[in-house]
Ligand binder design. Structure first.
Ligand SMILES: C[S@@+](CC[C@H](N)C(=O)[O-])C[C@H]1O[C@@H](n2cnc3c(N)ncnc32)[C@H](O)[C@@H]1O
Length: 179
């Protein structure tokens, strides 16, 4: 594992117990805005890449059994497991997702890629594990990603961009499709 990845993992492991208090309100605002832009079916099989403590699970609570949370930080997942003992939490690196090709209807990656040494690799992995016609929801901090940079990286991974806009809080957001 690269030093950057190791440092990110360590930082989230050390701060996991405080994450929800600090970020729950702002992350929920992002989910509300993003999910208002798509037709979301509660039977969709979803992978939340870089799920952290599973705040998205709280938000989409009606379909917990269809959602897999995947994160590099074990302690972030443990926090989620405390709230959702029956949910699916998997500790894995987003650059090497342990899933077969074409497995999911929807993949989300919210406030994650600014931490990644090779964001294109993660976005390519999200493309690989999506079914044809599946959608990808991505957000990234506007301080680090311009809208153009975000569009370019998604297109390079193979996606068709459906929507790209600035959320009311801190991130650019993309809805993309695997055509
Ligand atoms: C700002 S948090 C966002 C968590 C969650 N998506 C949310 O909306 O609250 C970033 C998360 O990305 C995870 N992460 C960073 N690098 C990762 C990697 N290479 N693979 C998987 N997860 C990673 C961190 O451990 C952390 O939980």
């Amino acid at each position: 594992m690269s030093k950057k990845k190791h440092d990110v993992m360590k930082r989230y492991n050390e701060t996991a117990s405080k994450y929800d208090d600090r970020y729950k309100i702002i992350q929920e605002k992002k989910y509300r805005e993003i999910f208002s832009m798509i037709d979301y079916d509660i039977t969709d099989i979803i992978l939340d890449v870089g799920s952290g403590t599973g705040l998205l699970l709280d938000y989409l609570s009606s379909s917990i059994e269809n959602i897999i949370c995947c994160d590099l930080s074990f302690n972030m997942l443990v926090e989620g497991k405390k709230r959702h003992s029956k949910a699916n939490f998997i500790c894995a690196d987003s650059d090497h997702l342990p899933f077969r090709d074409s497995s999911f209807n929807l993949t989300t990656c919210i406030s994650v890629i600014q931490n990644l040494p090779e964001p294109l690799q993660t976005i390519k992995e999200s493309f690989r594990i999506l079914k044809r016609g599946g959608r990808f929801l991505l957000t990234a901090l506007d301080k680090i990603y311009s809208d153009k940079k975000l569009r370019d990286i998604c297109v390079r991974a193979g996606y068709e961009i459906n929507k790209l806009w600035h959320l009311s809080v801190e991130d650019f957001s993309v809805v993309a499709k695997k055509s």
